[in-house]
Design a protein around this ligand. Sequence first.
Ligand SMILES: *Cc1c(COP(=O)(O)O)cnc(C)c1O
Length: 474
Amino acid sequence: MAKVNIMRLLPSVDELFKHEKLAALNESIPAVRIKNSVRDALTALREEYLARKDDPDFIPYDEDEIVEKVLSRILADHETSLKKVINGTGIVIHTNLGRSLLPEVVRDALLDAAFSYNNLEYDLKSGQRGSRYTHLESTIKELTGAEDVLVVNNNAAAVMLALNTMVQGREAIISRGELVEIGGSFRVPEVLKMSGGFLREVGTTNKTHLYDYEEAICEETGILLKVHTSNYHIIGFTETVDGRDLAELGRKHDIPVVEDLGSGLFVDLSKYGLEYEPTVRDTLAKGVDVVTFSGDKLLGGPQAGIIVGRKKYIQAMKKNQLTRALRVDKMTISALEATLRLYLDEDRAMAAIPTMRMLTLTLEELAHRAEVLYRNLLRKVKTCHLDVVDCQSQVGGGSLPQERLPSRAVTIVPMNMSLNDFERRMRLGKYHVIGKIHKERYELDVRTFLEGDMEKIVDAVKLALKDNGRASAE
Ligand SMILES: *Cc1c(COP(=O)(O)O)cnc(C)c1O
């Protein structure tokens, strides 16, 4: 192939744009998008040709190949950015993979909220303007025993709103062991500063006593703050002050006590063999004045921040201008209401809420799943080594950080490519399977699979192991 001619073998943007296969896409993909993708695909091809122009083995693509490449480029460019993935990590509340999955009953609620007018801020009885915050009130009160309720965009917003309303230029007394950072950017001291309050740290990293709080109380004290150390755990010589004692101290000095619980929990998980985590009801029963928690961690609902507690503080928060900026939309309200109603019957909640269900799967169920996947893979794929191993799932989402749930994983070791290559192909392939490389094997923990995932995984493994390079086709 003569060097000079090589670039001429590529068609022009206009020629390609008029190709019948591309013209057929015009129905579903806007022309500007197609043109941009064609241009980018041609640029990539030109670069490839230039890079390989001195390579004696290089054979330029024929027209069909070029059209195929351009087509797949257009389709890839036009894919939605938010994609379904298969969670093979065993981390149930996986913050990077969208945290909690909603229960099936939410589907209808969401469709109604999205496609019908509703009484979001309309009081049907009086025919007057209503409040969006009333919809969740009675259910949350029933589940937690709270006097009053406010739901905002997420728990970070809930903490900020509570601090901004209740500290008001004064000090929040907090233990040095609870000055935590959650999810990279949410740091308790920074949030307090942003909300216009001042930090008064007491105690040490490992030990804080009730007298540490008491000695720090002064004219400037706005609140006593307790933050659940969700995502880490100090072991050894430690001491923290229980919410009950802190609440008593607060009452004695007429200072409100706020607790950021992190994960919102309505069910005592120790009944199901997990570590005990305080429920929202237990925390309020200790006398804590205001409790904040997430909607999409252990609670298993949509992203939301829920604030419960004494009426006078919640009422003050409702009047705070920040509330308007942090408000929840109708989709969240409807999804949260449908999720919360399940908790009125604990058995139903445990069965219907995916987060609860995944956390309480038995080892027998998990072992069965692993066996089914293993056998199906054994039948359908050849060029890899397969096995079923014991593994440990995590709760995730900064909840129950020490809990390790015994589970089963199917492991795959490809024969014709590296583990890293295989992992990348699984991740980028049609189904976006997210697994992990552990002890020189590719590992899929079956705990976080959804219905239908196993068939897709078999297909994904088949596709990943297939050598789809051009060289092998020739
Ligand atoms: C997760 C968490 C938050 C933040 O909650 P989001 O719902 O993610 O905004 C705040 N505090 C604690 C203790 C948490 O665990």
